[in-house]
Design a protein around this ligand. Sequence first.
Ligand code: LRH
Ligand code: MN
Ligand code: MN
Length: 424
Amino acid sequence: MIDPTILEAENAKRSAALQADYEALGAQLARRGIEIEALTTRAMGFGVAVPSWGTGTGGTRFARFPGLGEPRHIFDKLDDCGVIHRLTAATPKVSLHIPWDKADPADLKAKAAEYGLGFDAMNSNTFQDQPGQAQSYKFGSLSHTDAATRAQAVEHNLECIEIGQALGSKALTVWIGDGSNFPGQTSLSRQFDRYLQSMKAIYAGLPDDWRLFSEHKMYEPAFYSTVVQDWGTSLLTAQELGPKAQCLVDLGHHAPNVNIEMIVARLVRAGKLGGFHFNDSKYGDDDLDSGTIEPYRLFLVFNELVELENTPGLDLSHMIDQSHNVTDPIESLILSAGEIQRAFVQASLVDRAALAGYQDANDALMASATLRAAFRTDVEPILAMARLRKGGAIDPIATYRSSGYRARVSEIRPRVSGAGGGIV
Ligand code: LRH
Ligand code: MN
Ligand code: MN
């Protein structure tokens, strides 16, 4: 998919500069008592999953403007994920959405294996009706007033687990759009009881080595109330279900200015943080590229994760969940994987002993300065070196552009019209 001679040539153009930058950063970090090689090893061990649905142009509810070479189906999407991993060497897994990605699991596995890809959490979809579906989700799915509709939604989730088992996935993420648009439309308490009852039925079908992630979101598509609207409801759900149930934090699913890093710390404390959907946002669930709007917030999330990384039982699924409207989705996903990895490495170089000392001494100024010293450090040479050593690209976007991949696939994949189209 990416011609190795192009990759090598692109890396050759940049390797001398990288070596010089890496040595300079190494010397600078050494003066701060930090060993650069330890950070590079950590960067090399870091991975974040790509969402299959992120490889296509998402669109908004107003319009969709497809690009060239839009993936036609899951196998094209896996090709794109293979390219992203080849260049970043940081996206070893793909997260699938069912039924969007429904195909013979053996074929999916074989295709992923071509690129050395595995599968992260499966995502169910009971927020849309599918052709031929008996019951409609217009008024909800797992929390619907009608038992047959709830049963259909439970059955779909069980099917996602079954597909995921065949693929080697180990988790199911459940996000529902259930809620209400008007005060009084639904009983807030009875609706939640129905949701819990359905989730218990899904949990009962969960294999022993699987986890069930509940993903909260403040609003949208429901605009007055949402059943799983915040981390409190998500935690309540996970606690009521049992040890295999945990919470998934999508960074875009909160009110503006909510202190997400604090939610992260609380969920780890409760033993209930299961994973992330990384993206960035300015206003709502904008699904913008990670680290492009509030990079410091992303860093602060990773600061908590690194501080708590030795918490017994902590095993996080790092996943991206983005929608791309004006960029080539492959480029956006490459960029995001790098920004997420960057936040992880920056958080890894926080002087934790100094920070704890300043915190204990109530030295607010020096404590916050300690965090910012890490955040301000340009760790790009570490990220580039990690990619190079793993066979990836020093500059993945430039290498992707010179590979001609998009032009090549656009010859095979038919042009898609966005005319008249809204959100998928
Ligand atoms: C909901 C959500 C959830 C879905 C995905 C497509 O906004 O974040 O994770 O599965 O978007
Ligand atoms: Mn999400
Ligand atoms: Mn979302």
